[in-house]
Design a protein around this ligand. Structure first.
Ligand SMILES: Nc1nc2c(ncn2[C@@H]2O[C@H](COP(=O)(O)OP(=O)(O)OP(=O)(O)O)[C@@H](O)[C@H]2O)c(=O)[nH]1
Length: 662
């Protein structure tokens, strides 16, 4: 059988899943971190590259602007004074310098006050006479060198333009005028070079002044726009206006994240900028990322398969262990198959199982032995051992129970214990006990030894000493009882009781018995208003019999005396010897003094008949004192005292007679 089939699939599945997820997560994280680092490096490379390109464009523009400034300076030196006054002279001057016509759209001459004296060239820019122009001209005069003007819209053509003004100095070196050359921003070969410097497909370059006026932009409509007035001026532009040079990432007007580079010109207050949308710049990077992630996923899937195979192989010993345990459970193998055989955790586990199972088997054997011992002890116990379920059905019945109650074990098992051995008079108490047991309230009864009577099969009652308990077996509780048959003990006790009340010499009742009977007779007489008489007897001069014939002869006389008393009273009367030669007779139903006297006379006469002692006749007489139960004093002791007093009276009257208590 394939062990993989019996191994819980979920364990293997979960382990494989965990490995796959861990590998996937680790691969993804490593890939992602690597890509992020690569992207950062690549971004820096692209940014630096773009900034380098931009710097070279800026240098070119600087060179060209400087060249134009130099050209203007040389023209200014060459400018004849007449040119400032005559248009024809001016034309002639320009014609002499064809390079000026090529480099500038238009040439202009201003006086120190800022008035336009001449203009020459294709009708483009003439500066307006605004305050900003005047400030610019003043600065040119003050610095004494060529300066590029702020951009402006030509008054004549409406085209965006700038002008470079050069002071014209007279022989004394004073700046008397200014020679200016204008540049059409929308149509400048110099600036178009910048426009040609574009990164990628959608990137572009642009120029703006340090005050934020656009001087060059692929969208001509934006020229001369003041970017500082934009609502959402991008962060790069803002930083560039504050003096930043270099590259940075920012989001453009259209919301596209881009790499922006900025470089300031030295020859003019201009900033050259370039924009390269990130999407395009990183297109290869993004493609690489997708490929990287795909590769990572594929790797994780592969790792998953490998993990599954590895888990399968590693769990094989565990599967075998499980199989062995199953075989041990169904009995087709013994615990020897669990012997530790591997030096690893599974080997330890098998070893631990083996130990546990061995301990369990030993414990089970010990329990079985102990159960067998207990069963054997119970079976051979001298006392009856009986157990029953909560419903009373008998579950145990040992040999002693068979002897004590007469039922064979096979007959007793399963029968209701109440109907089998509980006498009818005791069934109420038995039911209450069983109910207490059923409700778990048997604590009070446990271990208490009580004397009860049980019922024998043949119907006679068996006195037993009962001690109850409870045992738990197979999840249920059973009431247990040891019943010690005390029939013999009870008989013995009865005999003892009897013996304690009998005078051993004469075999008649002794003082103890007399006192008990008198007590009961007085109670009975009082309750039923029945008559009662007590006779107190003493053998006359008994001491002399003893002294003359010996103690044995005295004993024989005592025995004969007792016999004669018994023979002369009714069965209901009680004769007792209460001391040496003193006897009493309780006459029930004698209340007449006459009748009592008659009884006394009868006894005196019966004793007077000679005794035979040691074959010889012996004359024995007795004196009797009689007292009747007095209505005033009903205490038994008082009755005895009165009879005793009457006896004393009889002795004084000469013995061999009787006297009645007053
Ligand atoms: N043989 C024998 N003698 C006993 C027994 N118990 C008591 N005696 C004797 O009985 C005698 C009782 O004597 P008393 O009743 O005092 O005197 P008494 O000789 O009978 O004279 P009165 O009673 O005055 O007639 C004593 O000598 C006792 O030792 C007994 O069990 N056996």
């Amino acid at each position: 059988m394939d062990v993989a089939v019996i191994l819980p699939r979920s364990l293997k599945f979960r382990m494989t899943l965990v490995v796959i997820l861990l590998v996937l997560a680790a691969t993804m994280i490593v890939t992602w971190v690597a890509l992020v680092l690569a992207e950062r490096d690549m971004k820096a490379i692209i940014g630096n590259q773009q900034f380098a390109l931009l710097s070279s464009s800026a240098a070119q523009i600087d060179a060209q602007l400087n060249a134009k400034k130099l050209l203007l300076a040389s023209l200014a030196e060459d400018l004849p004074p007449a040119a400032t006054a005559s248009a024809a002279d001016m034309l002639e001057f320009v014609n002499r310098h064809p390079i000026a016509r090529r480099e500038f759209r238009n040439l202009v001459i201003y006086n120190r006050q800022g008035d336009l004296l001449h203009t020459q060239g294709q009708g483009v820019a003439t500066l307006d006479t605004s305050a900003s122009l005047r400030a610019y001209l003043a600065k040119v005069l003050a610095d004494g060198k060529a300066i590029v003007s702020p951009p402006y819209k030509s008054v004549m053509t409406g085209a965006p333009a700038v002008v470079i003004m050069q002071p014209v100095k007279d022989a004394e070196g004073r700046a008397t005028m200014m020679l200016g050359g204008s540049l059409d921003l929308a149509d400048s070969s110099m600036l178009e070079q910048v426009a040609g410097q574009r990164s990628g497909r959608t990137g572009y370059s642009f120029i703006f002044t340090t005050r934020g006026i656009l001087v060059q932009h692929p969208d001509r409509a934006l020229l001369l726009e003041d970017v500082t007035k934009r609502d959402n001026l991008n962060l790069g532009m803002q930083r560039a206006l504050e003096g930043f040079e270099g590259w940075t990432e920012a989001t453009g007007q259209d919301g596209t994240p881009s790499i922006y580079s900025y470089k300031r010109l030295r020859s003019a207050d201009w900033i050259v900028g370039a924009r390269y949308p990130v999407d395009e710049a990183f297109a290869p990077m993004i493609a690489m990322r997708h490929k990287g992630m795909l590769a990572a996923a594929a790797f994780a899937a592969m790792a998953g398969v490998m993990a599954w195979l590895a888990v399968r192989a590693m769990l094989r010993p565990l599967s075998l262990l499980r199989q062995h345990i199953g075989e041990i459970r169904n009995g087709s193998a013994d615990i020897g198959v669990l012997q530790p055989c591997r030096p690893d955790e599974i080997g330890d586990l098998a070893g631990a199982f083996h130990e546990l199972m061995a301990e369990r088997e030993a414990a089970q054997k010990a329990v079985r032995d102990s159960e067998a011992l207990i069963s054997s002890i119970l079976e051979r116990a001298p006392d009856a051992f009986v157990s029953c379920a909560a419903d009373g059905a008998i579950t145990n019945w040992n040999e002693a129970a068979e002897r004590t109650f007469g039922w064979r074990r096979a007959e007793a098992l399963g029968r209701d214990i109440a109907e089998l051995i509980v006498p009818p008079a005791m069934r109420g108490a038995h039911q209450a006990g069983m109910q207490a047991f059923g409700e778990g309230r048997m604590g009070r009864l446990i271990n208490a030894r009580v004397r009860i009577t049980a019922l024998h099969r043949d119907g006679h009652e068996v006195p037993v000493e009962l001690s109850v308990g409870s045992i738990r077996h197979g999840g249920a509780y059973y009431a247990t009882a040891f019943l010690h048959d005390i029939t013999e003990r009870v008989a013995f006790e009865e005999r003892l009781t009897q013996l304690a009340r009998i005078d051993p010499l004469t075999g008649i009742a002794n003082r103890l018995y007399f006192e008990e009977v008198l007590q009961q007779a007085v109670v009975r007489a009082r309750r039923n208003r029945m008559p009662l008489a007590l006779a107190y007897l003493d053998i006359d001069r008994f001491k002399s019999i003893n002294d003359s014939l010996g103690h044995a002869a005295g004993d024989a006389v005592l025995c004969e005396f007792a016999t004669r008393l018994g023979a002369n009273v009714r069965a209901a009367d009680t004769v007792a010897r209460i001391a040496g030669d003193e006897f009493v007779i309780i006459f029930e139903q004698v209340d007449q003094a006459d009748e009592a006297a008659r009884m006394a006379q009868k006894i005196v006469a019966a004793i007077r008949v000679p005794f035979t002692v040691d074959g010889a006749p012996l004359l024995v007489t007795t004196s009797i004192g009689i007292a009747l139960l007095d209505g005033d004093d009903l205490a038994p002791a008082a009755l005895v005292a009165r009879a005793d007093a009457a006896l004393y009276q009889a002795k004084r009257q000469g013995r061999d007679g009787y006297a009645l208590a007053p």
